[in-house]
Design a protein around this ligand. Sequence first.
Ligand SMILES: NC(=O)c1ccc[n+]([C@@H]2O[C@H](COP(=O)([O-])OP(=O)(O)OC[C@H]3O[C@@H](n4cnc5c(N)ncnc54)[C@H](O)[C@@H]3O)[C@@H](O)[C@H]2O)c1
Length: 259
Amino acid sequence: MTLSLAGQTVAITGAARGIGLAIARAFLDAGADLLALDLDAATLTELQKEASGRVTTRAVNVADHAALRDAVADHPIDHLVCAAAIGSGKTGFPFWSLEPSDWSRVLDVTLMGVVNTVHACVPALLSGETTRKSVLILSSVAGQIGSQTDPPYSASKAAVINFAQLAAKDFAPYGIRVNALSPGMVKTELNRSVYAASKEATTMSYEEWAEEKIRRVSPMGRWQEPAEFGAMAVFLASDACRNLTGQTLNVDGGQVMHS
Ligand SMILES: NC(=O)c1ccc[n+]([C@@H]2O[C@H](COP(=O)([O-])OP(=O)(O)OC[C@H]3O[C@@H](n4cnc5c(N)ncnc54)[C@H](O)[C@@H]3O)[C@@H](O)[C@H]2O)c1
């Protein structure tokens, strides 16, 4: 069994910060080259400096399929990780406190951004020897529990699990695997935006809110670290998982236990 990905190229959306950045660094540690994609071009440049010559960066909006196609054109891709996503930035509980128009922007990025990305990468994924290739889509516990916090985000994350399953079936004849990785709670900008939109933001600090929330929802009672998703993403791309496809792996301290 080897977790070395030397000589392989990994395309990652949302690579500029948070979980996507941690995944990018883990793939670099495993010896892979990167095609790092994000809206945030300036931060991508920082990643490029960390491993000169092994990171290609492209500033791109995953909601824009044509731009994605241009960004990945003629670039080899052995593994693809879709981490870019957004929430509504509003409290959705109850769901009718959001307008249907609040849903469009979230679905455009968090659901269609994944479909656009995988679709744009199909030519690269299907070219050459395909049997060691893989796709990993970041979902969320929210997509499995009907989370009331941000309904368009929750529904998008459920949809990408379903998309991972159907894409796993479509790619299986080529030996290409597709899985979903589902974080519980990680202290990133995205998580801070959930706090900022909550009614508790007026009475509690972020750290107080975070401490109370993690104890309430997670059996393990601890926040996940971005690096834990880097380790899992490398493992899922490796030969150790060559028969693993169409699955959703929860790295969430036991928050979701049903399948
Ligand atoms: N943080 C958590 O607690 C948590 C929990 C469950 C799932 N997730 C999932 O993990 C993934 C990473 O989340 P994070 O917490 O690191 O978020 P983050 O907000 O810290 O980072 C998201 C990255 O995606 C990029 N991005 C956003 N919109 C984009 C677009 N339209 N085009 C290209 N890039 C875009 C941002 O610039 C940023 O670099 C997401 O899919 C998220 O839904 C996070």
